[in-house]
Design a protein around this ligand. Sequence first.
Ligand SMILES: Cc1ncc(COP(=O)(O)O)c(C=O)c1O
Length: 488
Amino acid sequence: MSYRQACYDEPLIFDLESEQFCGDEVLKDSPLPETLRRKCLNLPDLPERDVMKHFVRLSQMNFSIDTGFYPLGSCTMKYNPKINEHIARLPGASLIHPNQDESTVQGALQIMHELENMLCEIGGIDAVTLQPAAGAQGEFTGLQIMRAYHEDRGEERKEVIVPDTAHGTNPASAAMVGFDVVELPSKNGMVDCDALKSVAGRNTAGMMLTNPNTLGIFEKDVLEIADIIHDCGALLYYDGANFNAILGKTNPGKMNFDIVHFNLHKTFSTPHGGGGPGAGPVGVKKPLDQYLPVPRIVKNGTYYSLDYNYPKSIGKVRAYLGNFAVLLRAYAYIRSLGPEGLNEVSSRAVANSNYLKTQLEKMIDLPFGGGRMHEFVLSGEKLKSKGVRTLDLAKRLLDYGVHAPTIYFPLIIDEAIMIEPTETESIQTLDRFAEIVHEILQEDSETVRSAPHNTSVKRIDEVKAARELILSYRSLKEHERKFKSHSS
Ligand SMILES: Cc1ncc(COP(=O)(O)O)c(C=O)c1O
């Protein structure tokens, strides 16, 4: 099947032909006091028909999980069953307001309370907060709990150990909470227990670990790691972003972790990407539950209420109780699959990953060899001698209607190509992907280096895009103004 992405010369909505809409009528009727009102709304005045065409055209120039394979390592871009979308949009769920009195949202509170209990069982932990809105915010919350625990014991511990395979959010979160980050070099892609012993000590507050790690390798020494960390009085933090690899087989509780975050938007269904939406609930073992954010949802008989009476709580980390629509999707996903279905998720995630790895490692190097869990990382280092870099291969894949894998991460692999096929893809899709990679590797290097050719947007200047963060119409106009005044 050949691929040509839709391509329109689509202007920004502000540049579409329209009467500029000042909005003075709307502003006049505003209940806000005069001093708080803007003078003009500056919106384009377009009929609904044109707005609809504009956004549908943009969507056709986009890539989506519903149109193609999305093997973006570490991101778990799997197909999300539409029933979960339907449930999240039911009026009883989507039209309630978080400021409503708790007596009028008993159903929502029940769903959240039951979801907390389900996550406790899945994670092997004792209590959960649903507040954090992303994995990274879960890390921030979990590390605040770690800090509160040590402070409560009168101990000033400043260091958090993070392996060099970790996701970038791990050291960033630790630094945001005020810890010093100690980077732990790995050995054969795993934690080196001797190196860990040499850095763990009285100054260690904790260690962050994801298992399987970002190379897709299961940290087989995890119990020894937990002992080393606990023996020095520190806590072990589980980054649960890779949970789809272990669902129903084991859990962080059994691996002796103390604090856990879940990436609901990855493991338990929610179309994410491009910055959201997400949910990163945090679970803990006792006695750390006393530090969880407030309010906690409590059940008295059949009545659910919000309890703020936890004096040692770290406080609130997000407005209201969490990203309810994402929580609801996760609830529906877990309830519809049940324990056996969840167990099958991890079996399939690991089988798909190993099936594809076995085909691709014949063409591109797999550092450290061996089997993998839900994802694997190849090294495009040798392709460089043919004049093709990992970036070029990733761009050329777009021409075949496949989303690029994650590239250049984790940093310990040269020219890294990180592939996570996910549990929802068929064997035909995996075979086709391997065929595409094979075809690309036979192509002349110039075709690959100048890719993509079939997409709506050709190769972009990624450095410029990262340095000049122009993400809104207003900042674009600002940028153009500055550019004009510099050149005149
Ligand atoms: C291993 C790992 N940890 C943490 C995160 C951060 O999660 P989020 O993007 O929801 O903040 C990610 C995201 O890709 C991840 O892959």
